[in-house]
Write a protein that binds this ligand. Structure first.
Ligand SMILES: Nc1ncnc2c1ncn2[C@@H]1O[C@H](COP(=O)(O)OP(=O)(O)OP(=O)(O)O)[C@@H](O)[C@H]1O
Ligand SMILES: [Mg+2]
Length: 322
């Protein structure tokens, strides 16, 4: 049924970090995470702070090397793809947009420079046509008048405009995948929708695959076809966004959704959470990471993390009590 091309395939991804300087004292920031990013499709990764969302994106942009599991790009193991095509080519195809558009733009360079540079580095333009390409991209992301905007410096733009520049810079090199790490969370509510709609156009018209990292499950549903819920490095529930957000099955997803004021969803207002601590996950830890806070946890939950159950077609959750 699914015919969209899989660009990135992540299987059983694990990322351990050292705590302090000791080699043996490790925390497991990402544990057994699997997902796919498909052409023209967005996957939202939702979860609270520290759940491992950014770490996943950083592995995909090769900032971190994963401890375990595999990453496949266009059907090839990532290392092999890079050996054959080069780091630069992979970096061109998999772009990242960060939460803070100010931090990701260089204050000493104007907007023209920010967009011309990747076009030239990745040979998407030459000296003769680079200006036209810069203006074309500014137009595409809704930053007109383009010539005047190009002359400005980052501090002369609003947060929303800066994020549009970051998007223009990312798409300048014709990427196949964009990893957007909370791209709208620092923006005024009034401009968030504009940025989301711009990303939706890029997804639908240019076939770009998005990994959309967010705390906000409402925008996950608005923008992304698929949603995955993460808790303490684990993917606890995933599937079609409508199904996951309308009929969450994992107690943690229910809790997350209970915080969203929206009518028409059932069975969540009465949810209570235990005041247990959020665990520091270790390679040796066992059980469900949510057990310490889960209102329905039993002995089994402290002993093992269950395999995924398909609760509805294309909708999975990992809970002993489904
Ligand atoms: N370079 C690092 N060294 C050690 N620990 C790290 C490193 N990067 C992340 N961590 C730890 O890994 C865990 C997951 O961090 P991550 O940044 O992926 O969370 P997140 O889900 O993106 O959170 P947020 O919503 O706050 O951005 C955290 O406990 C964090 O402290
Ligand atoms: Mg993060």
């Amino acid at each position: 049924m699914e015919s969209k091309e899989t660009l990135l395939e992540i299987k059983n991804l694990v990322m351990d970090f050292r705590i302090g300087h000791s080699k043996s004292n490790l925390m497991r920031a990402v544990n057994d995470v699997s997902f796919e990013l498909k052409k023209g499709e967005a996957l939202a990764i939702v979860g609270e702070s520290g759940s491992g969302k950014s770490t996943g994106a950083r592995i995909l942009t090769r900032i971190y090397e994963n401890t375990g599991g595999s990453v496949t790009f266009k059907g090839k193991p990532l290392a092999e793809y890079i050996r054959e095509n080069g780091e630069l080519e992979y970096a061109r195809q998999v772009q990242m947009i960060f939460q803070d558009p100010f931090g990701s733009l260089n204050p000493v360079h104007n907007i023209y420079h920010h967009i011309a540079r990747p076009l030239l580095i990745h040979k998407r333009a030459n000296k003769q046509n680079v200006a036209d390409k810069v203006y074309e991209l500014l137009e595409l992301v809704g930053l007109s008048p383009v010539v005047e905007t190009a002359e400005k410096f980052p501090h002369e733009l609003s947060g929303g405009q800066r994020q549009r520049v970051a998007i223009a810079r990312a798409i300048a090199v014709d990427p196949e995948v964009i990893l957007a790490d909370e791209p709208i969370s620092m923006l005024d509510v009034s401009v968030r929708l504009g940025i989301l709609n711009l990303m939706a156009d890029l997804k639908e018209q240019h076939g770009i695959a998005f990994m959309y990292i967010t705390h906000d499950i409402a925008t996950a549903r608005y923008f992304a076809e698929k949603t995955a819920v993460m808790y303490v490095g684990h993917m606890v529930e995933w599937g079609d966004s409508d199904s996951v957000t309308q009929t969450p099955q994992h107690p943690y997803s229910k809790l997350l959704l209970s915080a969203v004021p929206e009518v028409g969803r059932a069975g969540r207002r009465d949810l209570s959470v235990k005041k247990g601590e959020i665990p520091l996950w270790k390679p040796s830890s066992v059980g469900c990471p949510f057990a310490s806070r889960c209102p329905i946890a039993t002995e089994a939950c402290t002993q093992s993390m269950p395999e995924a159950t398909e609760v509805k077609p294309g909708h999975y959750a990992r809970c002993h009590h489904l």
